[in-house]
Design a protein around this ligand. Sequence first.
Ligand code: ADP
Length: 501
Amino acid sequence: MPVAKKKNTVKKNNTLKLKFDTSWSYDPAPESKSAATINKQYDLFINGEWQKPVSKKYFNTINPATEEKLSEVADANAADVDKAVKAAKNAYEKVWKKMPAKERAKYVFRIARIIQERARELAIIETLDGGKPIKESRDFDIPTAANHFFYYAGWADKLEYAFPNRKTEPLGVAGQIIPWNFPLLMAAWKIAPAIATGNTVVLKSAETTPLTSLKLAEIIQEADLPPGVVNIITGAGSTGAAIVNHPDVNKIAFTGSTDVGKIIQRAIAGTDKKATLELGGKAANIIFEDAPIDQAVEGVINGIFFNQGHVCCAGSRLYVQESVAKEVIRKLKDRLESLIVGDPMDKNTDIGAINSKSQLDIIHKYIGIGKKEGAEMYESSCRLPGKGFFCRPTLFTNVAQSNRIAQEEIFGPVLAILTFRTEDEVIEKANNSPYGLSAGVWTDKGSKIFNMTKRMRAGVVWANTFNKFDPTSPFGGYKESGFGREGGLHGLLPYLNLQNI
Ligand code: ADP
């Protein structure tokens, strides 16, 4: 087990400061690519089989850590979407809605088990295609995706207990559009509750991370799911729009940017399509002076820097009580220096590659804005790989509430730090945001936690922890972070019509 070497540095005022030496290193521990098979080209998974796109077009998906091409995937157009929706509608009418719930459950359990069996391969592909550290995809994304299928498989034949004295009915065809930050997990969040409740699905993955959705299509084939129950297609925004606008789609489930969420809401206005939208966030992480500071610092690091800040619920705004601000900022800066940035396939890496060049440009733009706004920037002194899209973990102090870096979603490893004196002040500041997806509170006092969680306008408030997920707990936003809940018993509702018996 390699040990971090420390060096002593003497500060100007002659106080001795123990600092991590940024040159310390762990031996490389790369995961092997050979445990995963990626085809040269992928077609569309429609009606249980691989179909060439009507569009005849394909686009490349690359490894953002090396900029090398991994594969090419079909670019579905409106005619392809129409084929997928027809297959889903047919499967819904003829097979899936008629199937006894306990039989449906068996398929969902089977998918969960195969994901577990193929976990290593899926983790490798997630990391190659998306740039996130292998320890994140191995320890979080893939197991949590399997857990979602297990969890909703369990509900399939127990809906009468979930909603006592109500008759439940599926909605029909669900059109599901997912982003690039948790590709397989988002597919699981969407597909598992939909099919467990008797709906059929057309899912479109994000254009930069299509590969694990396509692997999931292989798994669905292996699980022998009846053809058309789950259709998985690839493409960009226009493919997503074709799903949203298709008249035979009964429900839209979308996770992505607030801008696209607004487009979708406008598109379905006046139709009887149901929707759940999980959009952007600018989570406030709040440290009170009575908090266990070291744990809080680690929680802040975990909340914004792990996974490159590519999390809509990332704790991107930190509010620290004034009396401990100096200590917290010093510890955060020290910790920034010890974060390992680099090859996502290395098991020691904390911060992998930014998902795409365009996302890296957005992050750099915001770092420039922060500097222009007069905030003070501190970035890790780590060396970045010569190729690929990487960004140093960065924090800003002296940030004003009105600064754009404190108001807008950056979706990168950039933390804005603000201070406060009283509980009322921090609630006012934390809620002063167009978003309301998540928040965190760090304090020793249970009463303070309850007071804060009651008054914060955020769908999830973590207390003395951050970014913890479990299939049994609902997730979703307030305000411009969207509406509807995914996960838990609440996550069944958006896929059902309830009637009084
Ligand atoms: P992000 O900023 O996270 O990439 P987007 O909202 O741009 O978020 O993308 C999320 C998903 O929405 C992707 O699968 C993308 O292809 C899809 N998408 C983009 N534009 C549209 C649109 N106009 N209608 C439907 N889906 C869209």
